[in-house]
Design a protein around this ligand. Structure first.
Ligand code: SF4
Length: 112
């Protein structure tokens, strides 16, 4: 979603996605101002982005992060680097992900 937000020439004031699963249908995201969409927090209310303080610094943060990511891909660096263990605990993509390849192999019991 941040890529779409910074790649467009249109003024963006909300970045959100719809979460739909059995028994749940809601929006999740962040907006420039309060009340933009149901379930979407304004940046001033968001724990995740509050330290950036305002909308334009958030967009600038995403531009810089995506530029770094693009440069890493161009250089052939495609390491799996989740933000932290919490991100993986909430993720549904384990079957497709290489993150467990990063774990050192554990010796089998009985072998040294
Ligand atoms: S399981 Fe893989 S895709 Fe999911 S957050 Fe962790 S590293 Fe990212």
């Amino acid at each position: 979603m941040p890529l779409y937000a910074v790649a467009t020439n249109t003024q963006v004031s909300v970045v959100a996605f719809a979460l739909i699963r059995a028994g749940v249908a809601k929006f999740s995201g962040v907006s420039a101002a309060p009340g933009a969409m149901p379930g979407v927090e304004a940046i001033t209310e968001s724990r995740a982005f509050r330290e950036l303080g305002a909308w334009e610094p958030l967009l600038e943060h995403w531009r810089a992060a995506l530029a770094t990511l693009g440069a890493e891909f161009r250089a052939g660096d495609a390491r799996v680097m989740p933000k932290g263990p919490q991100a993986c605990r909430q993720c549904d993509l384990h079957a497709l992900c290489r993150v467990n390849e990063l774990q050192p192999e554990q010796p089998e019991e009985g072998y040294e």
